[in-house]
Design a protein around this ligand. Sequence first.
Ligand SMILES: Nc1nc2c(c(=O)[nH]1)N[C@H]1C(S)=C(S)[C@@H](COP(=O)(O)O)O[C@H]1N2
Ligand SMILES: [Mo]
Length: 171
Amino acid sequence: MHPHPVCRVILLCACLAGLPAQAGEAVPVRVTLAPSKATQPVLSVAGRPFSLADLESLGMYRVTTRTFWPGNDGTYEGPLLADVLRRAGLYDAAGVRISALDGFSQVLPRQDWTRWPVLLATRRDGQPLSVRNKGPLRVIYPRDMSPELSDTLYRLRWVWLVNRIEPADPE
Ligand SMILES: Nc1nc2c(c(=O)[nH]1)N[C@H]1C(S)=C(S)[C@@H](COP(=O)(O)O)O[C@H]1N2
Ligand SMILES: [Mo]
């Protein structure tokens, strides 16, 4: 069945209206930001400690994204999860378990960090993420890069309060 031309125009307008009205980048871009000076460990990756200074020295990326939770939509900055894993020798792991201060954890399969520029965000709008704002470290998928990332499969993988990453077999 082919929609009437007028219906096509209406459908097109409805689709456009549904797109996020945002000025930022849907695809993460490299940004220059003076790295944090905080040197106390905030994250353990395969037993190796990382401070905010260590993490932000890996190279910062910025993405503007919708999330599964409207109040959380916004612009985030941080190193790529792939770069953090590479530094700790986990880039080639089949998967990693990302654990949080509240005991929550999720296993991410390798294809998530090889296929998508997933951020381990340290900041929102350039400001450090407080624990109240789900920091100091929070997984941010570049959700607006692809409709695939809106699949509810990804919903649980947006771990916040991240404090530990270990190799793990994907479920
Ligand atoms: N650290 C941590 N991350 C987490 C969770 C959690 O309980 N703790 N819940 C997950 C689940 S079940 C969902 S649906 C979303 C919840 O986001 P919201 O609390 O902003 O709605 O974050 C995910 N990340
Ligand atoms: Mo949830």
